[in-house]
Write a protein that binds this ligand. Structure first.
Ligand code: SAH
Length: 300
C-alpha cells in the first residue's frame, strides 16, 4: 500500500504509517496524513479506495503530547531522559540523555530497562573491564556501562543508522572516547575477536538471532564474565536458556518485565568446571540448589 501511495499518487502525503493490526488474520492498517481535505479526496480516488475512512486531524499540541509520553526512566542508578527533560537531572546516579529518533533504545521498553537493572546489580559486585554491546540501537546499554565504569565499550549494530545515532549519543553524553561503534551483522566482523574476551556483553536483540549467536557469544565471553540477554518473551525463555546452556552458560539472574525477559548468564571458570565434574553428583546437586534458591528470580 505504501508503495502504491508513493508510486501512483502525485501529491505526497505528509506522513504514512503502516501497522499489522492482526497477525493471525494478516490484517494491516495504513494511515496517510494530507495537508487538506481536497488532497485526501484526490488520493482516495487515485488509489481506488472507496472504503477508506477520511477524518480531520484534531488540533492538538502533538509535539508536547508525544514528548509527555517520553518521560524520564529510572533503572537502578541510571536516569534516562530526552533533551526536553534535561532540567530534571538530579545529583547522584548516572544520567543519560537520549532522544527518541531513528534508533531503538530510550529506556521505555521493558527489555532495555531489564538490561539496565541487570547492569546496576552487576556493578554492585564488580567493575567490568572490557565490554561489548551487540545490537546497540541508540547506544543506551553500552553508554550506561562505559560511563559507569569509565572503560571502553565496543558497540555494534546491523543497522548503520543506529551506529551513527549511538556515536552521536556517546558524544552528547561526553563518552565519545570510550565508545567505538561498528556496523556489523551478528558477529561477522574481525573487530569482535580483536577485542575479545569480554567480561560484560549485552545482546538485546530478538529470540531467533540470539539463538543463532549462542555459540559465538559463549566463545567471546571471558570466564566469570556476564552475558546480559534480552529481546525475547516468556514463552521463548526455555528455548533461549537451552541454547546457551548447550554452550556452558548458566543463568544467574532472570528479570521479567511484563512479557519480556532479561537473562544474565555466566560462564564458570575452567578450573571450577574440572573440579566439579570430578564429582558429578555434587555438581548436579549444587546446580539444582542454585537454580531453585530464593532471590534468583524476580518479577517486576
Ligand atoms: N540495545 C538497545 C537496542 C535494542 S533494539 C536497547 O537495549 O534498547 C535491537 C537492536 O539490534 C536494533 O538496533 C537492531 O538494528 C539490532 N540488530 C538486530 N539484529 C541484529 C543482528 N543480527 N546483529 C546486530 N544487530 C542487530
Amino acid at each position: 500500500m505504501m508503495e502504491r501511495i508513493e508510486e501512483r499518487f502525485a501529491l505526497d502525503p505528509i506522513a504514512v504509517t503502516i501497522n499489522e493490526t492482526d497477525e493471525a488474520l494478516a490484517l494491516w492498517e495504513t494511515v496517510a496524513w494530507f495537508a487538506d481535505e481536497a488532497e485526501t479526496e484526490m488520493a482516495r480516488i487515485e488509489l481506488g479506495l472507496a472504503r477508506a475512512v477520511i477524518a480531520p486531524v484534531p488540533q492538538r499540541d502533538w509535539v508536547r503530547e508525544s514528548l509527555a509520553g517520553l518521560s524520564p526512566v529510572t533503572a537502578g542508578r541510571f536516569f534516562l531522559h530526552g533533551s526536553h527533560d534535561r532540567e530534571l537531572r538530579h545529583a547522584g546516579g548516572i544520567a543519560l540523555e537520549i532522544d527518541a529518533g531513528t534508533a531503538f533504545g530510550t529506556g521505555h521498553h521493558g527489555t532495555t530497562t531489564g538490561c539496565l537493572l541487570a547492569l546496576d546489580e552487576i556493578l554492585k559486585r564488580r567493575r567490568p573491564r572490557n565490554m561489548l554491546d551487540l545490537g546497540t540501537g541508540t547506544g543506551v546499554l553500552g553508554l550506561a556501562a562505559a560511563i559507569a565504569v569509565k572503560r571502553a565499550v565496543l558497540a555494534t549494530d546491523i543497522d548503520a543508522e543506529a551506529v551513527r545515532v549511538a556515536m552521536l549519543n556517546a558524544v552528547r553524553n561526553n563518552a565519545g572516547p570510550l565508545f567505538s561503534g561498528v556496523t556489523a551483522p551478528g558477529l561477522h566482523h574481525a573487530v569482535f575477536r580483536a577485542h575479545a574476551p569480554y567480561d560484560l556483553i549485552f545482546a538485546n536483540i530478538l529470540a531467533r538471532p540470539l539463538a543463532h549467536l549462542a555459540q559465538g557469544l559463549a566463545g567471546l565471553l571471558a570466564p566469570h564474565g556476564a552475558l546480559i540477554l534480552s529481546g525475547f518473551t516468556l514463552d521463548q525463555e526455555r528455548w533461549i536458556r537451552a541454547c546457551y546452556r548447550a554452550h556452558g552458560l548458566h543463568p544467574t539472574r532472570i528479570i521479567h518485565f511484563g512479557n519480556w525477559v532479561t537473562l544474565v548468564l555466566t560462564k564458570p571458570s575452567r578450573q571450577r568446571k574440572t573440579r566439579l565434574f570430578k564429582n558429578k553428583r555434587a555438581y548436579e546437586t549444587k546446580a539444582a540448589a542454585t537454580a531453585r534458591g530464593p532471590g534468583w528470580e524476580f518479577d517486576i
